[in-house]
Design a protein around this ligand. Structure first.
Ligand code: ATP
Length: 245
């Protein structure tokens, strides 16, 4: 099933054209990679899919239904979770608290009960483990984790809270080879759980390690769109390098 579809989408900021004629699809259990260098329009694309900005041309469809997302809340309610590069985590809070951030009991309910805390710690550990991350001490401040582990917690959190679509903003950009590998494994695990993933990156190698579809952006326009079967890594890398000219 197609979860997200952009058809000929454009976005302007005043006179500046940030995106024009961009089309892509994200299906259940599939990773669509969006590749591009600085200024290609990747952030603008994320903002449209996550409800921060509205497109001004073309069509956005969610589950086949034409939609204009008016807020990040609405995107979240429709099952779209975005993990930004700077991650919405509170460094001094324990990992488990960050995992449950935003899911606190609402108005009129006091702080977590002790019992709840134990359950939440166990849940955090179990969920991370299920996604392939064995983090023994979920009580440590999340700021003490590596960048890769923090990304993993943010991704596992989105999966746990029922996202259907995961939008990842350059999740491996600041990471070394080993940590990138851990994050990419988790991205693949999210796909294998049936989520649709939009993976924004400027790294064709990382894209090709997990991607099912590849969309290349350059200065706001789509310069290529491929399925995994239709392109080899060498060619994808060459196309990206061509985008620098
Ligand atoms: P980067 O990785 O550098 O953030 P990007 O691929 O994410 O690049 P965007 O940030 O989407 O690209 O920017 C696409 C174009 O739109 C750029 O020319 C940028 O200067 C312009 N742009 C982005 N946001 C705004 C804004 N709020 N107002 C005006 N122009 C903008």
């Amino acid at each position: 099933m197609t979860l997200v579809e952009l058809a000929d989408v454009s976005k302007h900021y005043g006179n500046i054209r940030a995106l024009a004629g961009v089309s892509l699809e994200v299906d259940t259990g599939e990773i669509t990679c969006v590749l591009g260098d600085n200024g290609a329009g990747k952030s603008t694309l994320i903002k449209i899919i996550s409800g921060l900005h509205q497109h001004d041309g073309g069509v956005l469809r969610l589950d086949g239904e034409e939609t204009m997302l008016s807020s990040p809340r609405e995107a979240l309610d429709r099952g779209i979770a975005t993990v930004y590069q700077d991650l919405a985590v509170v460094p001094l809070m324990p990992v488990w608290r960050n995992f449950f951030l935003g899911s606190e009991p609402r108005k009129g309910v006091g702080p977590f009960k002790r019992m709840d805390v134990e359950v939440m710690k166990r849940t955090t550990h179990a969920e991370l483990l299920r996604m392939g991350i064995d983090l023994r001490d979920v009580d440590q401040p999340i700021g003490t984790l590596s960048g890769g582990e923090r990304q993993c917690v943010a991704i596992a959190r989105a999966v746990h809270f029922g996202a259907k679509v995961l939008v990842l903003d350059e999740p491996t950009a600041a990471l070394g080879v080993k940590q990138s590998g851990v994050v990419l494994k988790l991205v693949a695990a999210a796909r294998d759980e049936g989520l649709g993933v939009v993976f924004i990156t400027h790294n064709p190698h990382h894209a090709y390690m997990v991607g099912d579809r590849f969309v290349l952006l350059k200065r706001g326009t789509m310069v290529g769109s491929y399925t995994r079967e239709s392109i080899e890594l060498d060619e994808l890398t060459r196309q990206m390098a061509g985008g620098n000219e």
